[in-house]
Design a protein around this ligand. Structure first.
Ligand SMILES: *Cc1c(COP(=O)(O)O)cnc(C)c1O
Length: 363
């Protein structure tokens, strides 16, 4: 994306680097937008620094592609994103957290989730735009149906929204029940545009699309339709540098706890990243990497800054210090690796550390 980030590509000081494919993120936004043709608008959810991949770097590319609506979780993220997209709408999903000042100074649009937030905004924002969230069954954020009924006569939000809790399970009865509750809520604010679907909700079909869809994980390559072919492209590649390769000559074990037996003739590669870099400890004995086009298993426990792979199957020319083992991308699927860690793509991506050198490609 810029010279600073690309010059760090082969940063000799970095133990690992994260390559973010900006073109894939933009292509994924278009795929998601085109999957909800009846919605007039497709936004982009960029909370947690764009799911760990860099909101400030990715938002301008999405804006250039036509995205006008950006969502973050907290005001602080909105302030940071404002510099990257000076002219677009930035919604803050948690709404004001004690002060309206950041919203007014940085032109952020709050999602108001409780009667107190509504009252404060209407009284002190000077008539600025806002969104109202209604809870349709998740019991997380948003006005209750009764609160909305009571407040509706005084409300003129630019958007009414709610959030689905089970959209990744199309057959789950919560989807229908939340849709019905959201339709009832919409009738209380006639003429107000509305938004229900995030990435997975888009694939529940046109009933769920309304006026604006708000994908997050799908932009970043996570599969919004688990168990079906992924309609979006991988956006993150993570390569970790090999520090040392050792050939085992006596039977023993590898890593903390000596949990994994090694036998003579095996070759192990130790790479320079670990759980402090978001490569979860639960990947120990379960995760995998790719080296020289060959899958290599993680063996033994994941350390804070180091992980061992069994590279016995890889020709020696590829398994040498200074070379890279890919743990995301390059044939390692994000959702699959997350599953091996006992988690989901969201947690794996948002946990990736700031210690990686980063490169943005394809912009
Ligand atoms: C995180 C979030 C989204 C995006 O969800 P994905 O599953 O990542 O697409 C949309 N809306 C709200 C309210 C969210 O919290």
């Amino acid at each position: 994306m810029n010279n600073l980030s690309s010059s760090r590509t082969d940063d000799p000081a970095a133990g690992g680097f994260l390559i973010v494919d900006t073109a894939a993120v933009v292509a994924n936004w278009r795929t998601l937008r085109d999957s909800a043709p009846s919605a007039k608008t497709c936004g982009a959810v960029m909370k947690a620094d764009g799911y760990g991949l860099g909101a400030a770097e990715l938002a301008p590319a999405l804006a250039a592609a036509g995205c006008r609506d950006f969502f973050v979780a907290v005001p602080e993220e909105g302030i940071a994103l404002r510099r990257a997209v000076p002219d677009h709408t930035i919604y803050v999903l948690s709404g004001p957290l004690g002060s309206l000042e950041p919203f007014i100074t940085h032109n952020l649009t709050p999602v108001l989730n409780a009667p107190e937030q509504v009252a404060e905004w209407l009284a002190h924002s000077g008539g600025r735009d806002y969104v109202v969230q209604v809870d349709s069954g998740m019991n997380r954020l948003g006005l209750t149906a009764a609160e909305l009924t009571e407040l509706a006569p005084g409300l003129k939000p630019r958007l009414l929204m709610s959030h689905l809790c089970c959209a990744d399970e199309p057959a789950h009865p919560m989807n229908q029940s939340q849709l019905a509750a959201f339709r009832v809520a919409r009738e209380k604010l006639p003429g107000v545009p509305s938004s229900l679907a995030a990435s997975s909700g888009i694939f529940l079909g046109p009933d769920y699309h309304f006026d604006l869809v708000r994908p997050g994980i799908g932009l970043y390559g996570g599969n919004p339709v688990p168990g079906q072919p992924n309609p979006v492209r991988a956006a993150a590649t993570l390569r970790i540098r090999i520090v040392q390769v050792r050939r085992i000559d006596t039977p023993g074990a590898v890593g903390y706890g000596a949990t994994h037996a090694v036998t003579p003739g095996m070759r192990l590669a130790t790479v320079s990243a670990g759980y402090a870099d978001g490569l979860l400890r639960s990947l120990g004995g379960r995760g995998k990497g790719m080296l020289g086009g060959i899958e290599v298993p993680i063996v033994g426990r994941v350390s804070m800054d180091l992980i061992s792979f069994d590279v016995s199957a890889v020709p020696e020319e590829f398994a040498r210090p200074g070379q890279w083992i890919s743990v995301l991308g390059d044939g390692i699927d994000l959702d699959e690796q997350a599953g091996r860690a006992g988690t989901i793509s969201y947690e794996l991506l948002t946990g990736l550390s700031r210690r990686y050198a980063r490169r943005y490609t394809g912009s």
